[in-house]
Design a protein around this ligand. Structure first.
Ligand code: GLU
Length: 432
């Protein structure tokens, strides 16, 4: 079983979507189901409705899952496992107040030493623990050996007991910390491979230490994806528009293009343009670069355009807000000048908008409009043009400029002869 474990604490970031896509691909390749676990244990930071938004995005991107669970529903297991660790002396109650710990931390900083928990409460006897009325947290005893992690992307690393330390697994309010909940849930979910962002690298040995202390010896594989940097080379923050999947969709990037781009970045792929089902055929986690990937909006635009070109006319038509197949074909002509659905809509809107032509060509436009509305149907642009020239007696600039304004709602654009085949059935509506 694989899992994708988003926190419902904000808009879905492209880094999270990349993690979700890689989990989807690996789950298909290994023919193991994918579990979605909403990590909602941070009550203060949860935002109502974000879980549904995340699920909506997963569906939009074709990410199939066999199960959807909420981490908070596993609370009883987290508590039971913490109790088990306490009984087996793998964990202990810690009564240190945050003031005491802060002082010790400051002293360590002043002495230029790394701060470590000093183990003071580990030495308390059972009696001292049981009789103590003060609030306490539960800490896992730091392991007595180094923990080694073999990461499919990042390679091997070794964490010494002091790096892991006696860390907190249950808070004073009897709720688990992220590391504890996650380690237990991965165990309960029988997870075989964890793919997640590299911000969790230092959590991995802790989670392994927790499962080891619980006596769980199934090996879980890990792959930590490097962070995505913004175009200026800085870490993309929530404030960078382009880091939000919602923003990308609103800008008119197709899900299949966003997915293509996120799989392509920092990766060795056999082609540049592909679909997710194709990627399932050849994708390899160990081909993903361990260096941070840099976001490149121009590249995404290029990929989006390629996917827009691949759409069936009818589908493209629907995407830009029309029903007829013909408008999809028309939109494809505008793809020379547009890379997103939003830009395409902006190109098409003036074509179908009512047109009030004033100024230099007002008179000719009025003549042409009447001629077009009264003209019979012409299959080709040449025949249409010939007929209009004859009826209006206009030529040159005085013919073409107002004709373009009437047909396209603007002075510039693709060749009228290329547009005409797709406009000819809508002339009455267009020259209104
Ligand atoms: N909930 C964590 C996050 O959104 C993911 C943790 C994990 O995948 O283990 O960053």
């Amino acid at each position: 079983m694989l899992r994708f474990a988003p926190s419902p604490t904000g808009d879905m970031h492209i880094g999270n979507l990349r993690v979700a896509l890689f989990n989807h691909i690996l789950s298909k390749q290994r023919q193991e189901p994918l579990l979605i676990r909403i990590e909602d244990t941070d009550k203060e930071r949860n935002i109502p409705g974000k879980d549904q938004e995340i699920i909506g995005i997963l569906q939009l991107f074709g990410i199939e899952y066999s199960d959807l669970i909420y981490q908070s529903n596993n609370l009883k297991f987290h508590r039971a496992m913490a109790l088990q660790l306490l009984q087996n002396k793998k964990a202990f109650n810690c009564f240190c107040t945050s003031e005491t710990l802060d002082l010790k931390r400051e002293a360590a900083i002043a002495a230029k030493l790394p701060y470590r928990y000093d183990g003071i409460c580990e030495a308390l006897s059972d009696a001292e623990t049981i009789d103590n009325p003060n609030p306490f947290v539960v800490r896992l005893k730091k392991p007595d050996h180094a923990i080694e992690v073999d990461d499919i992307i990042k390679g091997h690393s070794r964490f010494e007991p002091d790096d892991i330390d006696s860390f907190i697994i249950m808070r004073a309010d009897k709720y688990p910390t992220y590391n504890f909940a996650c380690a237990v849930d991965d165990m309960l979910g029988d997870i075989s491979l964890v793919i997640r962002g590299e911000d969790h690298v230092s959590n991995t040995p802790k989670q392994m230490a927790i499962r080891e202390a619980l006596g769980y010896d199934k090996k879980i594989e890990y792959a930590h994806l490097p962070i995505i940097l913004g175009e200026e080379g800085r870490k993309m923050s929530k404030r960078d528009n382009a880091s939000s999947v919602k923003w990308m969709l609103e800008e008119g990037f197709l899900p299949q293009a966003i997915a293509n781009y996120l799989i392509l970045m920092g990766n060795k792929t056999p082609t540049e343009i592909f679909t997710v089902p194709e990627a399932i055929e050849w994708f390899r986690l160990d081909h993903v670069s361990k260096a941070p990937a840099r976001f490149d909006l121009d590249k995404l635009r290029f990929i989006n355009k390629a996917h827009l070109r691949m759409l069936e006319h009818k589908e493209l038509s629907r995407y830009v807000g029309f029903a007829d197949e013909e408008i999809g074909a028309l939109a494809k002509i505008y793809l020379d000048e547009a890379s997103t659905l939003k830009e395409l809509r902006e190109k098409l809107a003036p074509v179908f908008a009512p047109k009030q032509i004033e100024g230099e060509f007002a008179e000719q436009a009025a003549l042409l409009r009447r001629a077009i509305l009264e003209a019979p149907y012409f299959e080709t642009f040449d025949a249409f043009k010939g007929h209009l020239m004859q009826t209006t007696q206009l030529k040159g600039k005085l013919f073409f400029k107002p004709l373009r304004l009437l047909l396209c709602g603007g002075e510039h654009g693709p060749e009228l002869s290329d547009l005409y085949p797709h406009l000819k059935n809508y002339l009455g509506e267009i020259v209104r």
